[in-house]
Design a protein around this ligand. Sequence first.
Ligand SMILES: C[S@@+](CC[C@H](N)C(=O)[O-])C[C@H]1O[C@@H](n2cnc3c(N)ncnc32)[C@H](O)[C@@H]1O
Length: 264
Amino acid sequence: MTDFEKIKEGAKKVWAGFAPLEHITGTAAPRLIKFANINSGQRVLDVACGTGVVALSAARNGATVVGADLTPELLERAKENNTIFDLDVEFHESDVESLPFKNEEFDVVLSQFGHMFAPRPDVALSEMLRVLKPGGTIAFSTWPPELFMGKFFQIISKYSDPLPEGFEPPPLWGNVDTVIKRLSPTSHQIHFDRDKILSPGLSTGHLLNMFEKGAGPLSKLVEKLSTNPKVLKSLRNAILEILSMYFENNYLRQDYLLTKAIKK
Ligand SMILES: C[S@@+](CC[C@H](N)C(=O)[O-])C[C@H]1O[C@@H](n2cnc3c(N)ncnc32)[C@H](O)[C@@H]1O
């Protein structure tokens, strides 16, 4: 197994418990759908779809939608959500770096806080564009490195084993200059916007607890450090410190970047 295959196997375990946080990412889904101008008659793919919050929101707008994700547990919940909505979204277990779809099959390819976690941005992007028609829209929401979630992931990497060579830090997908550099060879009309998610929580301690339970990379790290209370305490303090910077009126403010572009 290559380093990247090992990362994907690890990622499935890391994200398996993410479903309870769908009520948070779910609040951002309609924003991405509006930003990407999703409407009926379009064939839409949502990559790294998790429990399907974006895919199902696109289907509610009348699009024909397919969702794809690496993690079987999340796809189970996505199918349950599909039944609750009484929609007809197809869900596939698949890696964004190797999509099981034909060339130029979709009018729109979306990803919300998803494709950014694939280890090789160039491979993930070339797959997303391969399955997109020329003139089609690619649109995604990502966490900028300098804001809450970007800092959260920086702390996690500081306390984790070093990543293999070639693994690009996910929040680089939230940096405008990097996104322009990555998209401009294949796409044009690149547009950006910003928005925020407000996650309710009674205190920074409550929010830490919520992320420890549902945010895969942190849950796994806390599990690993359970035999090392001193380091675990220092990790928790570092996260509490950034939580307090973005916590106001019993909400955590998580700002994000929206990007859309047209495939040349
Ligand atoms: C933060 S969750 C976001 C899920 C969903 N898009 C949402 O907005 O709720 C990150 C998702 O990326 C998926 N993921 C991570 N690496 C992936 C890969 N290489 N291919 C496909 N999905 C991947 C995880 O399984 C997880 O569902």
